[in-house]
Design a protein around this ligand. Structure first.
Ligand SMILES: Nc1nc2c(ncn2[C@@H]2O[C@H](COP(=O)(O)OP(=O)(O)OP(=O)(O)O)[C@@H](O)[C@H]2O)c(=O)[nH]1
Ligand SMILES: [Mg+2]
Length: 244
């Protein structure tokens, strides 16, 4: 069975797409340990069963807001085979911020470029092929309210789930030489961890540590030795001193 998760900014058309993908098979529950509603459903496409989870709408993936944390924990802990990032095509600039965060998390991504009807009606031009090339993942135009593009989206979900190396040419945000150097140094320390923090992509973990993400610090403390933690803290301090 393929496990897919839908994510996107608030009000982009997630529920419309979720309903079209899963129809009457939906179940509603909660994410573990919190009262955030979790909707899940199933679809069968090309003979493959796909479990689809609707993640909370979010602009970002910080540890500061419950909805964002729930979405992020789900991606990191459950490692779904495919993340479907639903993007409002009329508001690309704001929406692609989340897309870049997802790529940073090593997510196996398919982008649904939704509200394509409005993109066309407003005379906006988007080079979809170029966008797909830049992001390093499939980009599918959809109109959730009519169902246009949904077959293409289903095809992409099943295809990406079957590609083990789908992430190889993904886009990675470059933070500039100084920060990249700090990221590499933290990654080196993490790599030597006796109990690998394997659920987390290493680069993502290093970036979160440099950001001082409390949740990540708390969760990784057990896996790292005290000399390693001390080394990481000294890299963070050196970095902060250099930036000041
Ligand atoms: N024109 C047009 N409207 C759309 C499209 N997709 C969704 N909408 C409309 O956009 C609004 C929001 O759609 P939802 O599916 O509820 O969006 P959502 O992402 O689930 O929203 P939240 O759960 O509140 O974050 C609704 O009024 C939809 O009818 C589309 O492709 N084209
Ligand atoms: Mg919704």
């Amino acid at each position: 069975m393929i496990r897919a998760a839908l994510i996107g900014n608030p009000n982009v058309g997630k529920t419309e797409i979720f309903n079209r993908l899963t129809g009457l098979s939906q179940r509603v529950g909660n994410f573990p340990g919190v009262t955030v509603e979790k909707k899940a459903g199933r679809m069968i496409h090309r003979g493959q069963e796909v479990e689809v989870v609707d993640l909370p709408g979010t602009y970002s993936l910080t540890a500061h807001a419950l909805d964002e944390l729930v979405a992020r924990d789900y991606i990191v802990m459950e490692r779904p085979d495919v993340i479907v990032d639903i993007v409002d095509g009329t508001n690309l600039e704001r929406n692609l911020y989340l897309t870049l965060l997802l790529l940073e998390m090593d997510a196996n991504l398919v982008v649904a470029l939704n509200r394509w009807d409005m993109v066309a009606a407003r005379g906006m031009k988007i080079d979809v092929e170029k966008l797909s090339e830049l992001l390093g993942c499939p980009v599918v135009q959809t109109v959730a309210i009519t169902g246009e593009g949904l077959e293409d989206l289903k095809n992409s979900i099943v295809e990406v789930a079957g590609q083990k190396n789908a992430k190889e040419n993904r886009a990675v945000q470059n933070y500039g030489d100084d920060i990249e150097q700090l990221i590499n140094r933290v990654e080196d320390v993490i790599q030597k961890s006796p109990a690998p923090v394997e659920k987390y992509p290493r680069r993502w973990l290093a970036i979160k540590m440099l950001e001082g993400d409390e949740r990540v610090m708390e969760q990784t403390r057990a896996s790292l030795s005290s000399p390693q933690l001390a080394e990481i803290l000294s890299i963070i301090e050196a970095g902060e001193a250099a930036i000041r």
